[in-house]
Design a protein around this ligand. Structure first.
Ligand SMILES: *[C@@H]1O[C@H](CO)[C@@H](O)[C@H](O)[C@H]1NC(C)=O
Ligand SMILES: *[C@@H]1O[C@H](CO)[C@@H](O)[C@H](O)[C@H]1NC(C)=O
Ligand SMILES: *[C@@H]1O[C@H](CO)[C@@H](O)[C@H](O)[C@H]1NC(C)=O
Ligand SMILES: *[C@@H]1O[C@H](CO)[C@@H](O)[C@H](O)[C@H]1NC(C)=O
Ligand SMILES: *[C@@H]1O[C@H](CO)[C@@H](O)[C@H](O)[C@H]1NC(C)=O
Ligand SMILES: *[C@@H]1O[C@H](CO)[C@@H](O)[C@H](O)[C@H]1NC(C)=O
Ligand SMILES: *[C@@H]1O[C@H](CO)[C@@H](O)[C@H](O)[C@H]1NC(C)=O
Ligand SMILES: *[C@@H]1O[C@H](CO)[C@@H](O)[C@H](O)[C@H]1NC(C)=O
Ligand SMILES: *[C@@H]1O[C@H](CO)[C@@H](O)[C@H](O)[C@H]1NC(C)=O
Ligand SMILES: *[C@@H]1O[C@H](CO)[C@@H](O)[C@H](O)[C@H]1NC(C)=O
Ligand SMILES: CC(=O)N[C@H]1CO[C@H](CO)[C@@H](O)[C@@H]1O
Length: 513
């Protein structure tokens, strides 16, 4: 595993290795001690090629504003040994606060727009590079990698002027953005009290089969974007009786079955009452109406919260405010919840040590724990700044007494960690599986998180065929709309206890892309 060693000419290392030891946790105290960070983790992303976590804020560590020079404060966190290195990035001339983020099929982090509204930057695991400008400058847009490996984006009136933030698509191999005039942002506008400046923000985008992208929210009206030629839009139905869910959450927890869980959000971005609404969406073919099922609400109403899909398919919901007011910790929802796809019910979890609201982030780590950090980054000095994170240890790590560490399976070897769509995956475990034990596998796509948006995250259930007690063949879908190109975590689960992840690269269907 390579360590991050950027060329000194391009980056300024501010603080070097700071290391943290972690005390043991248990089911009633699942939070690590506070990890102090040199900046607010407003945006976080797995670095697929190194297993580290890239973190960034704005041109300042704890505040934002007009940044003519285009600087970004970043850090690289190594979850294996707790090392944190802090860099100031200026050579890309891109203040990457409030961007679209997507991980591509080479493990690169593609960051578009935000404070420096037209810029694109790419982190390849070693260094940040400047890429082509977008055709339409934007901030608060969402972007998603699609089936052929290109990246679609739409919306984003937070910066670069208000309105007309139609879709465009980025080819990372050609380093080229192309407008999709048929993918207007108009149909996805919410009725936000803040007007269009707010109403095209943070789209809930899900790449699906054949170059399609479902926009499942935050507007109650849902749409299909088709990215072929000049692009087109088809209405996909209304999200039941839900309200507009600005700064709510949507996660594809079972991509093989087209299942999406949508949660909370509020009719308006700021100064609005959040909901605790929960829905299951079922996606069929591109262009077809999406099936909507209203389920029992969350225990808490939440805007500016985060939802993280765990290896076992449960969804960890953390932070947010019942009455969202940006840059405050008022009305914080301090009790996280765990949603079970089998019962479709939420269970409350031990309380958060720190509020995690506007500008917080959350990310599944390769060892099946969850990074939860940030909040604040006000344009002025404020009390809601949280230059820290905690690691959450889910209940599956403990026996039923809640204290004894559960025995984790160990993936010994993956025969073919780089695979093309349609191939099988051959995996061996370190210990034979007994007939009384239940072995399952899942793949969770490596992901990124900022402003409640994580379009990279999704999960696929994988059923094993046993060759013998240690060797298994995993049959995978042929649909790149389900098994989206890019880097994935592979987890083995023995009686529900996950292994550490092995890294799998799913290459896009066409070799040229
Ligand atoms: C943490 O791991 C990285 C990568 O393996 C290594 O370069 C670094 O020196 C380690 N830091 C500490 C404090 O052990
Ligand atoms: C659980 O962990 C907390 C915090 O480390 C500790 O105070 C408590 O004693 C532990 N509980 C048990 C039953 O071990
Ligand atoms: C960011 O924090 C570091 C210390 O962690 C400090 O040296 C640096 O000056 C800060 N930079 C800005 C722009 O806030
Ligand atoms: C997982 O990694 C985090 C971050 O280093 C650490 O705090 C935690 O103890 C680890 N937990 C397990 C169960 O491996
Ligand atoms: C993919 O979408 C395009 C454009 O909508 C359509 O012409 C084509 O038939 C679709 N292909 C498949 C395999 O569905
Ligand atoms: C795409 O749009 C351009 C410019 O409006 C037009 O000339 C072209 O014919 C369109 N292509 C298709 C396939 O509709
Ligand atoms: C909307 O609410 C009505 C009345 O409560 C209910 O009958 C209907 O099933 C709901 N629609 C959805 C899609 O849940
Ligand atoms: C958010 O709402 C509060 C309460 O009305 C108001 O004081 C504040 O200025 C608003 N902030 C923004 C950025 O709209
Ligand atoms: C995986 O194992 C199956 C069954 O043993 C075999 O047919 C296949 O060739 C193997 N694939 C790879 C990539 O090793
Ligand atoms: C399973 O098969 C592999 C390949 O033939 C072999 O190396 C391994 O020892 C076998 N494991 C068991 C438990 O039989
Ligand atoms: C809707 C709601 O709960 N609003 C509360 C938010 O917090 C402020 C300050 O504590 C209260 O005054 C509101 O009632």
């Amino acid at each position: 595993m390579r360590h991050f060693r950027p060329p000194l000419a391009a980056l300024v290392l501010i603080t070097g290795a700071v290391s943290y030891e972690h005390q043991p946790t248990n089911a009633t105290h699942p939070w690590s001690e506070r990890i102090d960070l040199p900046l607010i983790p407003v945006a976080v992303s797995m670095v697929p090629t190194t297993g580290e976590v890239a973190i960034w804020a704005a041109f300042k560590n704890d505040s934002f504003g007009v940044d003519a020079a285009g600087v970004t404060q970043t850090a690289i966190y190594n979850p294996k040994n707790g090392t944190i290195a802090h860099y100031s990035i200026s050579h890309t001339e891109h203040d990457m606060f409030c961007p679209g983020i997507s991980l591509d099929f080479k493990g690169r982090i593609i960051v578009s727009g935000g404070d420096t509204e037209e810029k694109t930057s790419i982190f390849d695991g070693k260094e940040w590079k400047a890429a082509s400008d977008m055709k339409i400058p934007r901030g608060y847009q969402s972007s998603t990698t699609i089936t052929d490996g290109r990246i679609f984006t739409v919306g984003g009136s937070f910066s670069g002027g208000i309105g007309n933030k139609d879709g465009e698509i980025y080819d990372p191999e050609a380093d080229e953005w192309t407008l999709l005039p048929g993918c207007s942002a108009e149909p996805m506008l919410t009725n936000d009290a803040g007007g269009i400046y707010r109403s095209d923000n943070h789209g809930w985008l899900f790449a699906w089969s054949n170059g399609s992208v479902l926009q499942a929210g935050p507007s109650t009206k849902m749409h299909w974007f088709d990215t072929h030629e000049n692009g087109s839009i088809t209405h996909a139905g209304t999200r039941g009786n839900d309200t507009d869910g600005m700064a709510g959450m949507a996660v594809m927890y079972d991509a093989g079955k087209g299942k999406i869980l949508t949660l909370g959000g509020a009719p308006s971005y700021n100064d609005s009452k959040a909901t605790s609404n929960a829905h299951i969406l079922t996606v069929h073919k591109p262009g077809e109406p999406v099936l909507v099922e209203e389920i029992n609400n969350m225990h808490s109403a939440r805007s500016f919260a985060n939802a993280v899909i765990l290896p076992d398919g449960k969804v960890f919901v953390v932070g947010g405010q019942s009455y969202p007011i940006v840059f405050t910790d008022a009305n914080s929802s301090m009790v996280p919840e765990l949603w079970d796809p089998k019962t479709k019910e939420f269970t409350e979890l031990p309380k958060l040590p720190t509020p995690r609201n506007y500008h917080s982030s959350a990310l599944l780590l390769p060892n099946a724990t969850v990074f939860v950090g940030g909040g604040g980054l006000c344009p002025y000095a404020c009390e809601a700044n949280h230059l820290d994170a905690h690691i959450y240890t889910p209940p599956y790590f403990f026996e039923s007494d809640g204290v004894t560490p559960a025995k984790r399976p160990i993936i010994n070897h993956v025969v073919n960690p780089t695979l093309k769509i349609g191939q099988t995956l051959n995996v061996s475990l370190s210990q034979p599986v007994e007939s009384t034990q239940k072995l399952t596998f899942s793949m969770v796509r490596m992901s990124s998180s900022t402003h409640t948006v994580n379009t990279d995250q999704r999960r696929v259930n994988v059923s094993p065929q046993a060759a013998n007690a240690t060797l298994f063949t995993l049959g995978l879908t042929r649909d790149a709309g389900v098994l989206l190109p890019g880097y994935w975590h592979l987890f083995a689960m023995l009686n529900g206890v996950p292994s550490e992840a092995e890294t799998i690269l799913v290459e896009p269907p066409m070799a040229s892309q």
